[in-house]
Design a protein around this ligand. Structure first.
Ligand code: GLA
Length: 385
């Protein structure tokens, strides 16, 4: 049994007493290998699901009330919320604590009929706010739990879309589809190339024992105003409009150069990142299929530089982690992963140099990093009772 499952079951017994929970589900966090800030531009992304998971355990109750407790480290207080199950007349609204907004958003957007009340406990091994999709894993775990309550085996794409809508409307983050999608669809031993325009998925095997994926958490989170993500998204939309395209996916570098004068300097650079990143992601997918890790690594570093200089979502700590990692012989490439402004880097390297790379980072990085050497894992699912 995983650590979060064990913790959730223990707290369930402590909080609600009585029988063991009837339902136990999980949904994973993710790391994105390449294709950053491309999803909401209809582009390609290449994430893999992680063995870091969020678990929900619980049981139905008959009085229409919902009681949810979280054990997640770093979640704001209180760690217990009580609600009435939503109905036609009664909708849920966002509020505090913030962690509950992800759960409430999913309950509100769950479409397969009215929900009964329930008791549930949440536990997670996905670090909160670390850029490994703790939010999407909580949303998808909640949705999977509700499906068990309703015995609904609904469509997987609709499920990811409902969870994305929950994030747009409750916490209020206008995210793309990558995180929810990979948390639902993740596949063991595979990274997924996702076309965020058609939602077509191509699984790419990642099983070579000589190759490893190292995630380094900088453990810094620059609390900016929270408006950076929506601002980037708006700048991309503005650029697409100026180019006469529906999204930047439909634009080439030639299109962008031709219309350079009609764009602000900032919007030009944002668009340049997106257009080149979409191209890099397709090339990286082909490189991975051919086992050309060197090329994959070069593309990762180009991606990082473009996120740092053109998209301006990196930070000194992430830049430092990347520079230290790519100096180690046997490291193919390294880049920031996720939304940016802190969180994690992802490094592709020869398995034989993983320990040496960690050691170099420990010695030279000015912060206190945490490491995960990970393997592509399965998407969300139901755990045995
Ligand atoms: C966050 C969002 C994703 C995606 C990434 C950047 O993780 O939730 O939809 O836009 O940032 O690639």
């Amino acid at each position: 049994m995983s650590a979060p499952e064990d913790e959730a079951r223990r707290l369930f017994a402590e909080t609600f007493g009585g029988d063991a929970p009837d339902i136990a589900v999980f949904a994973p966090g993710r790391v994105n290998l390449i294709g950053e800030h491309t999803d909401y531009n209809g582009g390609f992304v290449l994430p893999m699901a992680l063995p870091l998971i969020t678990v929900l355990v619980g049981s139905q109750r008959d009085d229409g009330k919902i009681c949810i407790v979280t054990t997640a480290e770093g979640a704001d207080e209180p760690h217990k919320v009580e609600l009435e199950a939503p109905s036609e007349e009664r909708t849920l609204t966002p509020g505090t604590p913030k962690w509950a907004n992800y759960v409430k958003g999913v309950i509100q957007h769950y479409r397969a009929g009215p929900l009964p009340g329930f008791n549930a406990v949440i536990a997670t091994s996905v670090p909160l706010g670390g850029g490994l999709s703790s939010s999407a894993s909580l949303e998808v775990a909640t949705y999977t739990f509700l499906q068990q309550l309703r015995q609904d085996d609904g469509d997987a794409v609709q499920k990811a879309l409902a969870c994305q809508k929950a994030e747009h409307t409750f916490p209020g983050v206008p995210c793309g589809i990558m995180d929810q999608f990979i948390s639902v669809m993740g596949k063991e031993e595979h990274a997924l190339l996702i076309d965020c325009r058609s939602l077509e998925v191509t699984p790419l095997p990642l099983t070579d024992p000589k190759l490893s994926v190292l995630i380094t958490n900088s453990n810094v989170r620059h609390e900016l105003t929270g408006s950076e993500y929506p601002t980037r998204r708006r700048q991309c939309e503005e650029a697409a409009r100026a180019l006469g395209k529906e999204t930047l996916r439909d634009a080439s570098m030639e299109d962008l150069e031709a219309k350079k004068e009609s764009l602000s300097e900032v919007c030009y650079r944002r668009a340049r990142h997106v257009i080149t990143e979409i191209e890099r992601t397709s090339k990286a997918a082909q490189a991975l299929e051919k086992g050309d890790y060197r090329l994959f690594g070069i593309l990762m570093v180009e991606s990082h530089n473009s996120l740092r200089d053109d998209y301006e979502v990196s930070c000194p700590e992430l830049d430092e982690l990347v520079s230290i990692a790519i100096e180690v012989p046997g490291v193919y490439g390294s880049r920031m992963t996720g939304g940016g402004f802190g969180g994690c880097t992802v490094t592709l390297l020869e398995t034989s140099v993983a320990e040496r790379t960690k050691q170099q980072i420990q010695e030279r990085f000015r912060g206190s990093p945490t490491f995960y050497i990970t393997k592509p894992s399965a998407g969300c699912g139901v755990l045995p009772r």
